[in-house]
Design a protein around this ligand. Sequence first.
Ligand SMILES: Nc1nc2c(c(=O)[nH]1)N[C@H]1C(S)=C(S)[C@@H](COP(=O)(O)OP(=O)(O)OC[C@H]3O[C@@H](n4cnc5c(=O)[nH]c(N)nc54)[C@H](O)[C@@H]3O)O[C@H]1N2
Ligand SMILES: Nc1nc2c(c(=O)[nH]1)N[C@H]1C(S)=C(S)[C@@H](COP(=O)(O)OP(=O)(O)OC[C@H]3O[C@@H](n4cnc5c(=O)[nH]c(N)nc54)[C@H](O)[C@@H]3O)O[C@H]1N2
Ligand code: SF4
Ligand SMILES: [Mo]
Length: 743
Amino acid sequence: MEKINSSSSPSDFTTFRTCPLCEATCGLEITYKKGKAVSVRGDKKDVFSKGYLCPKGAALAQLHDDPDRLRHPLIRTGSTFREASWEDAFEYIENAFMSIVEKHGRDAVAAYLGNPCSHMLAANLCGPIMLRALNSKNIYSASTVDQMPRHVSCGFMFGSPVSIPVPDIDRSTHLIILGANPMASNGSIATAPDFPGRLRALKKRGGRIVVIDPRRTRTAELADEYIAIRPGSDIFLLLAMANVLFAEKKIQPGRLAEHINGLDAIEKAVVDFTPESVQNACGIPADVIRRLAGELAAAENAAVYGRMGISVNRFGTAANWMVDVLNILTGNLDRPGGVMFPLPVHMPLETKPDKRKWLTGRWKSRVKGIGEIKGEFPIHTLCDEIETPGKGQIKALLTVAGNPAISLPNSARVDKALAGLDLMISVDYYVNASTRHAHVILPPTGPLTTAHFDIAFYNFAVRNIANYSPPDLPKPSSEMDLWEILYKLSAIFKGLGAATDISVFDDMTIENLVSNTAGRSEEILTSLKQYSGPDRILDLMIRTGAYGDGFGRNPEGLNLEKLKTHVHGLDMGPLKPRIPGILNTPSGKIELAPPLFIKDLERIASELIKKETQELLLIGRRHLRTNNSWLANIPSLVAGPSRCTLQVHPEDAARIGLTDGGMATISSRTGTLTVPVEITQDVRPGVVCFPHGWGHDQDGVAMKVARKHGGMNTNLITDEAQFDPVSGNSMLNGVPVTVVSAA
Ligand SMILES: Nc1nc2c(c(=O)[nH]1)N[C@H]1C(S)=C(S)[C@@H](COP(=O)(O)OP(=O)(O)OC[C@H]3O[C@@H](n4cnc5c(=O)[nH]c(N)nc54)[C@H](O)[C@@H]3O)O[C@H]1N2
Ligand SMILES: Nc1nc2c(c(=O)[nH]1)N[C@H]1C(S)=C(S)[C@@H](COP(=O)(O)OP(=O)(O)OC[C@H]3O[C@@H](n4cnc5c(=O)[nH]c(N)nc54)[C@H](O)[C@@H]3O)O[C@H]1N2
Ligand code: SF4
Ligand SMILES: [Mo]
């Protein structure tokens, strides 16, 4: 069932698999000739994406066959690398790791998990096992330059940082989008292949879309109304909308009324945030704010959806919190067409309330005493921990699928810190700006020779969907799958040794996982025997999950074997209400007014009275043909004119003396960049916009195409000292900058 042979030759065939490159999980139809992928199209029969694909998905075969994508481990020799065997690479790591741990302890070894970790089956399921084996406090990830505010707001409100409601866009009649540009990003924390098509369908149904963004994006162009907001000020708008709902007696939580705590506290908290008091701060007139609130309350159903743009600033948690408060006050949480909680096949039906409050700050970072969030430290303090001598100083760093030297704020500092490490181990496809500093690079096998299942993103899908893709091609014997690499590292970190047999470690792992299955562990282990690695964990999760066969208890139920027969995916239908079952707070209710968030309002209110400055505020932008910093080596994705332009409003350009196509120097506390200028009405006056993920021409980067299209790295001017203290999330948008002409 997995492959359809299209001719008599066994090496000519067609496969259907899920694209691993973004959150949209599109189905691909890949044609192979002589065992090589020759075309990638959208799979018309895919139950979720129905044939949609974007230029990145179409380039998946180019990525797989990219000659610069590493096929062998590399070990540093002076300023270059030599190809090494896997045995040599792991032995090197074991020796270096052990010597650092003996001298400096476990916290001296840090890990950074990059964005693709959330896309990969092996990273999702075997990554946590490796981190437990590492047993270091110094864990970091791309989450704190991204969605950590969303986790924190949901953790406190619903009791679990991964219980995140998503906009039910296929049934919505009113959608307010703040700080998201799904026309370019294809959607985020809202898995919806063909997001553009779904938005058009919403309009066709007579629905209304409002986009709130400092830049008139393609999503804004498609919307019924576009509102240009001042960067970083969504919290003021959202508080004022809540204020209006109370003032105009439009609170209507409906069936949620019996499931919420803190309604009075919210009313009190927002009372001073009148539309008049916030209009200057957010740049939106009071009457527009009133109308937005009124329309939201009046809609038959509605979803307020906020993403990157409201998260990566100093009030990210508060803004994510208020988004859900508005959804709750208008009765739109957990109802069709509002925002709903998905129930994927690998999750259990009921979260078992353990009655313990979800907490942050359970332990603190060494240098600045920054609290842990969701088991990790905010990335803004990584360099503090690498640079500051003393017991527990980071001496070694493991990166898995991350490019911190380009993706993190104040990249110049990050780059220097990486260069000074005693040991850097990188699990990555490329020698790029970050991994060029590694002592060992371990490349996992490519995207077409590994299995795929979206553990993370089916949690956020706008329908309950499951789709498993086996490897299209056999993995070459000289390559290792990501899970095998992670288990080898786990064995080393646990002190079991680099020579540990992966299958032995794999058996140990699964035995551990089933050890608490009430007397059935032998029987369960036997039924899981046909699989290994992440597939085996996935089968266990599916069978004990909401739709699972319960290892015989529900014979009609699902298991991996059955799922595999659905080559175009399995659609369990639209989202269903999940409250109260999903709530995991000690009260068993939704906490509308967590004390930590209420307290944060003091800080937020104090910003309201600050006087306006003349500084310009820098925001970022994504392009359909990019994926953060890492697909720039694919020719079809970088073709055409450079996308690294500084967008400036004509009024600002005239005042500063900039010309379209001329050069400007942009500077901040952390650095200076000279960049080409693009004058456009699309950005709000007072805002300049530059994309992230560029700057690939450093010494040692072994990506020929990316080097030619190098571009400039905007994170040389973003500032790690600016962050949201509640979630630790960095501020990447709304960065104050000075721009002058470089003519
Ligand atoms: N093509 C492509 N797709 C991607 C990615 C990519 O790099 N390229 N990256 C993936 C990743 S890792 C992520 S996290 C997602 C992100 O997915 P989205 O959140 O949809 O991503 P962005 O396109 O960055 O949209 C953020 C929007 O917020 C706006 N904005 C900036 N500051 C503010 C503000 O203060 N308030 C408001 N209201 N808006 C603001 C920006 O102008 C921008 O339009 O995309 C994913 N998909
Ligand atoms: N200024 C600014 N900065 C930003 C953002 C922004 O909007 N503006 N966005 C932020 C966001 S949302 C994110 S998520 C981060 C992303 O930050 P990172 O996750 O650090 O960076 P990526 O560019 O996604 O780099 C991914 C790395 O993983 C490797 N890789 C890709 N696929 C695989 C795989 O299957 N296996 C392995 N082992 N390696 C793989 C690639 O070669 C690359 O080195 O950037 C953040 N930085
Ligand atoms: S939208 Fe995302 S999942 Fe779909 S083809 Fe493009 S990169 Fe792949
Ligand atoms: Mo991200």
